[in-house]
Design a protein around this ligand. Structure first.
Ligand code: ADP
Length: 187
């Protein structure tokens, strides 16, 4: 499903494996230790190769890791991209411990990093919805609203944002949510 903004920018919902789709920057759902894990993180390190972890080791050595709601940049190794933005989503407790703001901050931070690096196309997984337990519907609302607000802005270099959903259930949920909340722009 494509959502076209009047300024020519595009938000696309895609089913698939984020490591297989060519973009300028791939967002990883990382953890604050930047040590790799399961889910998307495991897939990105497997497909990208060990150079990515070597770069993260350096970042960790300097900063100790990455706080929740933020992201760090590495090259993309063997992935079909130039950069990986390792974003640290919140671990979901009950939604009343700052999780919505932290999840929105992840998306915003990656979009800022993209703008700084002249990234035109960027793909996001559904951050925090796997091991970190964020309810899918609430995560979909936040992801769609935050990305749409950015793309609707005047001076963005980012032209296309892909939200890559790993299975059909997530894809349908995101599609339904987009049809409601982004109805002005749906083709
Ligand atoms: P988190 O720890 O932030 O919850 P996970 O990697 O456990 O991160 O899960 C985040 C989302 O990414 C889940 O919806 C999961 O189904 C999905 N996912 C897992 N592997 C991939 C992949 N290769 N491409 C895209 N999405 C994936």
């Amino acid at each position: 499903m494509d959502i076209d903004f009047p300024n020519g920018k595009k938000l696309r919902l895609v089913i698939g494996d984020i490591t297989k789709i060519r973009v300028d920057a791939i967002v990883n759902a990382a953890n604050s230790g930047l040590r790799g894990g399961g889910g998307v993180d495991g897939a990105i390190h497997r497909a990208g190769g060990s150079a990515i972890m070597r770069e993260l080791d350096e970042v960790r050595g300097k900063t100790g890791g990455c706080p929740t709601g933020s992201a760090v940049v590495t090259a993309a190794g063997a992935l079909p991209a130039q950069y990986v933005f390792h974003a640290v989503g919140p671990i979901y407790r009950d939604g009343r411990h700052g999780e919505p703001a932290q999840l929105a901050a992840c998306y915003r931070k990656c979009l800022e990093l993209a703008e700084e690096r002249n990234v035109r196309t960027i793909s996001f997984p559904a951050i925090s919805t796997g091991a970190y337990g964020y309810p899918a519907q609430e995560a979909a609302n936040i992801a769609l609203e935050t990305v749409a607000a950015h793309l609707d802005g005047a001076e963005t270099r980012v032209r296309e944002v892909l939200l890559v959903l790993f299975d059909a259930g997530f894809y349908q949920l995101y599609q339904r949510t987009a049809s409601h909340s982004l109805s002005n722009w749906i083709k």
